[in-house]
Design a protein around this ligand. Structure first.
Ligand code: ZN
Length: 434
């Protein structure tokens, strides 16, 4: 009996201490301060490859340094740098059976500076015929590693603008060329000549580490993406303050990034994490998830026990305050663990109420989930009606900073038994994913 009373007292005092700590450390004033910096106009919408993204990166790095995090795998700083290759087509001449093809009907995908292909070179001619399903056929050829001349039936001409808008940028440029010609169905003799300007540009994630006490080789990841859409044209409207066309991305995803920084502060102060925590802010989510893809290759996914990806947590969820949802809830036991840890608290996490929107696949968690990691996104965004989503009006004034602070606390509390190694979510069965 005595023993039980004693442990109850000990338990309760730890829990009181933690409760006091969490309210002190994760407070609205600090959350607002960070959110304000990240969503400020001088970050210019934090678009990849702009000075604005570098400014955001420097700020996150300085916060990680102040907090006292370590770098990842002995890196010299918190930057996790990688390079992207961009191809810009300068000239393209296509001749098929003696006829010059108008360049409006041609799209080439290539990371080679020079194109020179004829029916005599190593090129395969394939077709997308009338009545074919355009999407799947297009992607099959677009992703091919062979040199292809793809002849597309004239009935698909309306698709050409979308195809031309695909960014010609990649982390892993292939050595092949794929050329789509719309409106031509036969090619016996052909020649394709062209030049591309190939440039390499650096990007970086920002990663800070809090080493685990007893299970340092088991990782828990908290992540958000610090990039956004940049600056639009005045035609795209003006922001909430009515003066500019900067996509501030206050909710998407300065909010998630702010949460990652606040959680780093919190867990560093607690200083009792049994597992290693990786605080990660990704670059280039908005242009294809390249930051998360690079990150996923810098570690062994089997070592990642859980990933909390935080996206748009600055507005009230459809259930009101103190609640959020978890995407892909049924794909691992992580959601149930988080719900269990929130029992008796003021917070509630629900399964994603917008399954038709495929949110599980639309953020950086998906990259790690495909490798088996229990990797989910936590969000409050009302995806059927969020008025400022991907608009210049996504500004700090539209966020509920008190509620956002509460959500960050809820994330901290819900993760406790995973951080201390008592709970381990089941793995995602990647064969069930799209
Ligand atoms: Zn986002």
């Amino acid at each position: 009996m005595k023993k039980i009373i004693l442990s109850a007292v000990v338990l309760c005092s730890t829990c009181m201490l933690q409760a006091q700590n969490i309210n002190k450390i994760i407070n609205t004033k600090d959350v607002t301060k960070i959110e304000k910096v990240l969503s400020a106009d001088d970050m210019q919408g934090r678009r990849a490859f702009t000075p604005g993204i570098d400014k955001a990166s420097s700020y996150i790095e300085s916060e990680f340094k102040k907090i006292g995090l370590q770098t990842f795998n002995g890196a010299k700083d918190f930057k996790q740098e990688f390079s992207m290759t961009e191809s810009k087509n300068v000239s393209l001449k296509v001749l098929i059976d003696g006829k010059a093809i108008d360049k409006v009907d041609v799209v080439s995908f290539s990371y080679q500076p020079q194109l020179d292909m004829t029916e005599k070179s190593d090129v395969q001619v394939v077709k997308i015929n009338a009545g074919d399903k355009f999407g799947p056929k297009f992607y099959e050829y677009y992703q091919s590693e062979k040199n292809l001349l793809v002849l597309v039936d004239a009935s698909f001409k309306a698709r050409i603008q979308n195809v031309k808008h695909i960014p010609q940028m990649t982390a892993n440029p292939g050595g092949n060329t794929v050329v789509f010609v719309f409106g031509t169905t036969e090619a016996t003799q052909f020649s394709i000549e062209g030049t591309n300007t190939i440039t390499k540009k650096a990007l970086n994630n920002v990663v800070g580490v809090l080493k685990g006490k007893s299970k340092p080789n088991e990782y828990v990841v908290f992540s958000g993406h610090y990039d956004h859409l940049g600056v639009g044209s005045p035609a795209e409207g003006v922001g909430h303050d009515g003066t500019d066309s900067i996509y501030n991305g206050a909710n998407d995803d300065a909010a998630g990034t702010t949460a990652v920084i606040m959680l780093a502060k919190y867990f560093k102060k607690l200083n009792n994490n049994e597992r290693t925590i990786l605080f990660t802010t990704f670059v280039a989510e908005e242009i294809g998830g390249y930051g998360a893809q690079y990150f996923s290759k810098q570690l062994n996914p089997a070592q990642v026990m859980a990933m909390f990806n935080l996206e748009m947590i600055g507005t009230e969820s459809k259930w009101g305050k103190n609640s959020a949802y978890i995407t892909g809830f049924e794909k691992s036991s992580m959601g149930e663990i988080l719900q269990k840890n929130l029992q008796g608290s003021a917070f509630k996490f629900y399964p994603d109420p917008y399954p038709e929107q495929q949110l599980f696949y639309r953020s950086d968690n998906a990259t790690l989930a495909k490798l088996g990691v229990p990797a989910h996104t936590i969000s409050t965004s009302k995806m059927d009606s969020e008025p400022n989503y991907h608009k210049v009006s996504d500004e700090i004034e539209t966020l509920d900073m008190v509620n956002m602070t509460q959500i960050i606390k809820a994330i901290a509390i819900s993760s406790a038994t995973i951080i201390n190694g008592k709970d381990t979510p089941s793995r995602v069965d990647s064969s069930t994913l799209k």
